[in-house]
Design a protein around this ligand. Structure first.
Ligand SMILES: Nc1nc2c(ncn2[C@@H]2O[C@H](COP(=O)(O)OP(=O)(O)OP(=O)(O)O)[C@@H](O)[C@H]2O)c(=O)[nH]1
Ligand SMILES: [Mg+2]
Length: 206
């Protein structure tokens, strides 16, 4: 699909992008995680439509209010949400919602998670601790999730079993690695969530 170069198109998806093709099923999935772990990057990389972003410049006004240790060189932040779409096949379309990472915007999660079938928790191994609260909140909401470690080149790499222990994840929760800038890699992370959701559904009906 050609989106041209106009500002209107760059501003986000068009109405036809939101409609489900005949016979297809739409599933809402949330990409969540701490500040600067790559949520907006992931939604943008994997989306087949022009993604909606709500990035704002971070300024001196946030100093002393926002607590974002360990992230340097980042000039913008999500202030509401990201939105994109990916067709897994002709029958299954994922509507992707990225949450804002800064804690002062977390109150928006209530709306963003409404009707969501599952979530991908993105993790940066340089700041694992930021996702503890995220995972606790998902467990409280009973939202099924997979954890995807975003492999920033500068970040230390740990064996996945070690990370599973550090994150106190049960064996049943899928833990994968991904590169948030790479479409195929993000698609694989989303597919692992879909497979997990199918497994949970099968267990419920057994
Ligand atoms: N090297 C590398 N850089 C990445 C990767 N993912 C994201 N980035 C960069 O890391 C920065 C943060 O990415 P964002 O996608 O804005 O992170 P976010 O989680 O949406 O941030 P907030 O919405 O502010 O919480 C950006 O400068 C990205 O270009 C990655 O996998 N590798
Ligand atoms: Mg973002």
């Amino acid at each position: 699909m050609d989106y041209g170069d106009s500002d209107t198109l760059r501003a986000g998806p068009r109405v036809p992008d939101l409609l489900l093709p005949h016979g297809a099923r739409g599933v809402k999935v949330v990409v969540v995680g701490g500040f600067g772990v790559g949520k907006t990057t992931m939604v943008g990389a994997v989306s087949e439509i022009q993604p909606l972003t709500t990035e704002e410049r971070m300024t001196q006004a946030g100093v002393g209010i926002d607590h974002n240790p360990g992230v340097s060189g980042k000039n913008t932040t999500t202030v509401a949400m990201d939105f994109g779409r990916i067709s897994i096949n002709e029958e299954l379309i994922l509507y992707l919602f990225g949450t804002p990472g800064q804690e002062r915007f977390w109150f928006l999660w209530n709306g963003i998670f409404e009707g969501a079938l599952g979530a991908v928790v993105l993790v940066d191994t340089r700041r694992i601790e930021v996702c503890f609260e995220v995972i606790t909140r998902l467990e409280d909401r009973r939202v099924p999730f997979v954890v995807a470690v975003n492999t920033f080149p500068e970040a230390p790499q740990y064996p996945l079993p070690e990370l599973r222990t550090a994150l106190a994840l049960s064996d049943s929760v899928p833990l994968v690695t991904c590169d948030a800038r790479d479409r195929a890699s993000c698609r694989d992370a989303l597919l692992s969530l879909m497979v997990y959701l199918c497994t949970l559904a099968a267990q419920e009906t057994a």
